[in-house]
Design a protein around this ligand. Structure first.
Ligand code: ZN
Length: 211
C-alpha cells in the first residue's frame, strides 16, 4: 500500500507548515516516519495535522511508538546504518578535534573527577570482572584480587601511616621501598587481613628476611 502523504513536510512563504488533510496521524507508519525518522516533535506534527500535540501523543502511545526524551526533540539524528561509523571516521580523518591541545581548566577537571566519582559510586561493577572487555573468565587468583582492592590499599596505607612510613625493623625511611607485612599470614588468617594491628611496615629487604 502506498502512502502518498509520506513526503517532505512543506512550509508556506511565512515559514509555517502546510497542513495535511485527512488525519494521516491515524496511520502508524506515517506517524513513525514523522516522529522517529524525520524527528519532528509532537507539537510540529500536531501543527501539520491541525490537532493538538496531546492528540498526536495519544496516537504515539496507542501505536506503541518509542517516546523520545525531551532533550532529543530538536536534535537531528542521522540514520545510522552499518557503514555509518566508517563514513564518519573517513570524513573526520585529518581534522583536529576542537579541544586538541587545549588543557582542561582546573575547575573542569574537578567537575569531571567529581562526576566520575559519583558515577563509580553508583555503578561499582562498571567494567569490573565479567563486565570488562579484557575479562578472561576469572583467572586472577583471589589473593591478587584482594591485594589490588581499594580496601587492601587503604589497609596498607593505614599501616604505613601508623608506623610513620619507617621500617619497624631497621628504620629505613627511603620512599618507595616499603611493604606492609601481615604478622598473622594473609593466607592462613583471612579474618585478620584487614586488621590494622596485624600489619607492620617493613622495608623490602627486611620483609624478605621474614620469609
Ligand atoms: Zn628494614
Amino acid at each position: 500500500m502506498s502512502r502518498p502523504y509520506i513526503a517532505v513536510i512543506g512550509r508556506d512563504e511565512s515559514g509555517r507548515f502546510i497542513p495535511i488533510e485527512g488525519r494521516p496521524y491515524h496511520d502508524k507508519e506515517w506517524l513513525e516516519e514523522m516522529y522517529i525518522r524525520q524527528h519532528l516533535s509532537t507539537n510540529v506534527i500536531g501543527e501539520i495535522c491541525q490537532v493538538s500535540p496531546t492528540t498526536i501523543r495519544y496516537f504515539i502511545n496507542k501505536f506503541k511508538i518509542n517516546i523520545r526524551s525531551c532533550n532529543t526533540l530538536n536534535r537531528v539524528v542521522p540514520i545510522k546504518d552499518e557503514n555509518w561509523c566508517k563514513r564518519i571516521s573517513e570524513a573526520k580523518k585529518g581534522h583536529l578535534a576542537w579541544n586538541k591541545g587545549i588543557p582542561r581548566k582546573a575547575e573542569t577537571k574537578k567537575k569531571v573527577s567529581k562526576g566520575l566519582e559519583k558515577f563509580h559510586k553508583n555503578n561499582p561493577n562498571f567494567q569490573r570482572g565479567p563486565n570488562n572487555h579484557r575479562w578472561k573468565g576469572g583467572i586472577t587468583p583471589e589473593d591478587i584480587q584482594i591485594r589490588s582492592s581499594k580496601k587492601y590499599i587503604d589497609w596498607r596505607k593505614a599501616v604505613y601511616a601508623r608506623d610513620e612510613y619507617v621500617c619497624v625493623k631497621c628504620g629505613d625511611n627511603k620512599g618507595g621501598n616499603l611493604s606492609a607485612h601481615h604478622v598473622l599470614s594473609f593466607r592462613d588468617y583471612p579474618e585478620e587481613r584487614f586488621a590494622l594491628d596485624n600489619g607492620v611496615t617493613l622495608c623490602v629487604p627486611c620483609h624478605n628476611e621474614v620469609y
